[in-house]
Design a protein around this ligand. Structure first.
Ligand code: BT5
Length: 321
């Protein structure tokens, strides 16, 4: 379901009312729609979980609770920009990446966002699964259409990692770290993962789907107990998923603009501040196992490893132990 402009604008207006009533006439004037249309949109908002009081004399008033988690709520707190200008929210999907790829193939604009409350077939890399229970975490995919050759797509994963790390940092008691190429860790446990999927020709990218899963309020299942964490597990506090999503999208907007204007270099220098393996002995499993001293990343986001022989090997994709 797409969050429509009118409903997003009505929620914005009611929020600026700070709990006061706003007349139907005022809303209809501000939005340039009829009062009947306002009334219909209010009905949609109530169905979407908002508590809105209506009085024939005074107008409408938004109660502060409950704050629903849906596309309208997320968009109502976003500055107008590229990321999230079109936003689709679903109570459940197989995978937000699959949905976003289909939308992109059908011509969806750059910046289109898909969010699902829960996923029945959340995807990790290489056919792995992403644990995606409803009601607790953020599962989102963003369509980008950068004018870059396919060999540079990995740099977008690292750009997303910076944005996710920055958003997680705002909630986490300690600074998160990034684990090349696609994990965000809190105290060495995975709090978020990124799955970048690309549709390209030999020399140009048609679109990229950045899929991001962040563990916010999840109680960890047994199989992830020793390797994963959530923000709530670290802080004991519930995170507002809408607020987190807004922070994440603003951060992606910021870094994507830097990326388009100045390239990967400024992004990679911030990425390095979250990366704690440079200069250390590492082991990476890619097409083969590579062991040596980590020399950081290159301009395409590949990992550089100095082998015992002194030769520096470039690892394009793989798994850092
Ligand atoms: C990833 O893969 O880390 C990419 C995860 C991307 C998930 C998002 S959610 C929104 C969008 N839609 C999708 O369908 N996917 C994206 P990878 O590096 O392959 O890590 C997968 C491994 O992480 C699994 O094999 C598990 O060991 C572990 N894992 C699974 N679910 C997890 C979770 N919720 N939190 C932490 N670790 C998890």
């Amino acid at each position: 379901m797409k969050a429509t402009d009118a409903e997003v604008d009505i929620v914005r207006l009611l929020k600026t009312g700070g709990g006061d009533h706003i007349s139907g006439q005022m809303i209809s004037l501000e939005l340039g729609i009829s009062r009947t249309a306002v009334w219909k949109h209010i009905g949609v908002l109530r169905k979407a979980g908002y508590s809105i009081e209506g009085s024939p004399k005074k107008g409408y008033r938004l109660l502060p609770f409950p704050v629903p988690f849906n596309g309208i709520e997320v968009r109502s707190g976003l500055k107008r920009g590229i990321i999230g200008r079109n936003l689709f929210f679903f109570p459940t999907l197989d995978s937000t990446n699959t949905k976003a790829s289909r939308l992109a193939a059908g011509g969806a604009d750059e910046g289109t966002v898909v969010i699902a409350d829960g996923q029945s077939d959340g995807k990790g890399r290489l056919g792995r699964k992403w644990h995606s229970p409803p009601g607790v975490n953020l599962y989102t995919s963003i369509i980008l259409k950068p004018d870059i050759p396919p060999q540079q797509a990995q740099t977008l994963t690292l750009m997303a990692a910076v944005a996710v790390a920055e958003a997680v940092e705002a909630y986490s008691p300690v600074r998160p770290t990034v684990k090349w190429p696609n994990d965000i860790l809190i105290e060495s446990k995975k709090a978020a993962g990124i799955l970048t999927e690309m549709n390209s020709e030999t020399d140009r990218v048609n679109f990229v789907v950045l899929g991001i899963g962040v563990n916010l309020n999840m109680n960890l299942p047994d199989e992830l107990l020793h390797t994963a964490t959530s923000i709530k597990e670290k802080t004991g506090r519930e995170v507002s998923r809408a607020e987190f999503a807004q922070r994440l999208f603003s951060s992606i907007e910021k870094w994507y603009k830097v990326f388009l204007a100045e390239g990967f270099e400024p992004v990679s220098s911030v990425w390095r501040t979250y990366f704690d393996r440079e200069g250390k002995h590492i082991n990476v499993r890619g097409s083969r196992e590579v062991e040596g001293i980590c020399m950081g990343i290159d301009s395409q986001g590949s990992l550089l490893v100095r082998l015992g022989s002194g030769q520096v090997e470039r690892v394009i994709s793989g798994e850092l132990a």
